[in-house]
Design a protein around this ligand. Structure first.
Ligand code: AMP
Ligand code: MG
Length: 340
């Protein structure tokens, strides 16, 4: 294929850690030219890793084509390929990695493996202008409070069991709520919660700086099954309790690090009530508050493309033989030499 003559350099990033297959294309200067996401919605029940992976394999070609079309470039114009190497679900990660390896070998260009959690922070900084934030990253698979210190993004607090988004999703499923395209379970819970009035006492578990949502989830599901409370009140109480936990930990990280910015990202960042709570503690500590727009808050390929560029510019490349996926690759294991 003959590419358009261009002096710009581009990276294509592939995201496939869980239920979303995303392809993003970014210029080396951080202009996002395309960010196409195809979300897998299971017919019923939760995400089955192999079925999600099958979805990714099926839509892969179409999503790639759409991304090239949107960006107005050809595969030959690319300088590097990056992919989310972890953490995530094995079959899903492997599908994305396979596509990335095939593209990089075929085009004979460098491959860069990116940590998914680092990518959420980097796209957050790119899109909001935050320079050195305390980040609250809350999604279907992760709940992490982090901030940069001596070469790495350190984890100040995290969930000890299920992620905040997953907690909302499991509850919604138990309650028989329905998910439509573009309206995730968390958003359905948020709508119901807005009409809740009664705050029901539920387990609130913060241990040191870490959080546990499983006791809360079990308790609220038990109350749901008893049928004594209105669903709106249960949604409201679940949100208030869970969001207070992440807010407490974020505030303590802010007080400890004395950073002057707070960044809220991940799929759950779309929640207006959570935004208000985090904004309030940011203001109390004279810190700027930013929330990521949804397109870049959910799992997406643009964040992988951009982080691939940052890493590549600092000499990071991933030879094919070292491009195996890392299911439990922690945020704080990654050196980020591009951050001052
Ligand atoms: P991600 O894992 O980043 O792709 O985000 C997906 C998660 O975000 C799921 O757990 C959703 O239920 C959750 N989510 C999306 N919108 C909202 C919302 N408005 N309120 C709470 N959670 C949400
Ligand atoms: Mg997702």
């Amino acid at each position: 294929m003959k590419g358009k003559k261009t002096s710009e350099s581009y990276c294509l990033g592939i995201e496939s850690t869980a239920d979303d297959f995303g392809v993003g294309i970014s210029t080396f200067n951080g202009k996002i030219l395309a960010n196409i996401i195809s979300a897998y919605i299971p017919p019923e029940g939760g995400i089955h890793p192999r079925e999600a992976a099958r979805h990714h394999a099926k839509v892969g070609n179409k999503v790639l084509e759409e991304a090239f079309q949107k960006a107005g470039i050809k595969p030959r114009d690319l300088s590097i390929i990056s992919f989310s190497q972890g953490p995530g679900l094995g079959p899903c990660l492997r599908t994305g990695a396979t596509v990335a390896r095939a593209l990089a070998s075929y085009l004979d260009i460098p491959l860069v493996g990116v940590n998914h959690c680092v990518a959420h922070i980097e796209i957050g900084k790119l899109k909001t202008g935050a320079e050195d934030p305390v980040t609250l990253y809350v999604s279907g698979g992760n709940t992490i409070v982090s901030a940069f210190d001596s070469g790495r993004y350190r984890v100040f607090g995290e969930t000890l069991d299920v992620a905040l988004g997953n907690c909302l999703d499991v509850f919604a499923r138990e309650a028989g709520l329905h998910q439509r395209v573009g309206e995730p379970f968390g958003a359905v819970v948020e709508k119901l919660a807005a009409n809740g009035k009664k705050l029901i006492h539920l387990p609130y578990t913060v241990k040191g700086m870490d959080m546990s949502f499983s006791g809360l989830l079990t308790a609220v599901i038990n109350l749901l099954k008893k049928g004594e409370y209105k669903l709106e009140d249960l949604c409201y109480s679940l949100q208030e309790t869970a969001f207070s936990m992440v807010t407490e930990v974020t505030e303590r990280a802010l007080a400890h690090t004395e950073k002057k910015e707070v960044l809220l990202t991940g799929g759950v960042a779309a929640n207006k009530r959570l935004q208000l709570m985090i904004k309030a503690i940011a203001e109390e500590h004279d810190a700027d508050f930013s929330v990521m727009p949804r397109e870049f808050a959910v799992d997406n390929g643009a964040m992988i493309a951009w982080t691939g560029i940052l890493a590549y510019k600092h000499g990071v490349v991933t030879p094919i033989e070292k491009s195996f996926v890392k299911l439990r690759w922690r945020l704080d294991e990654v050196e980020v030499p591009w951050v001052e």
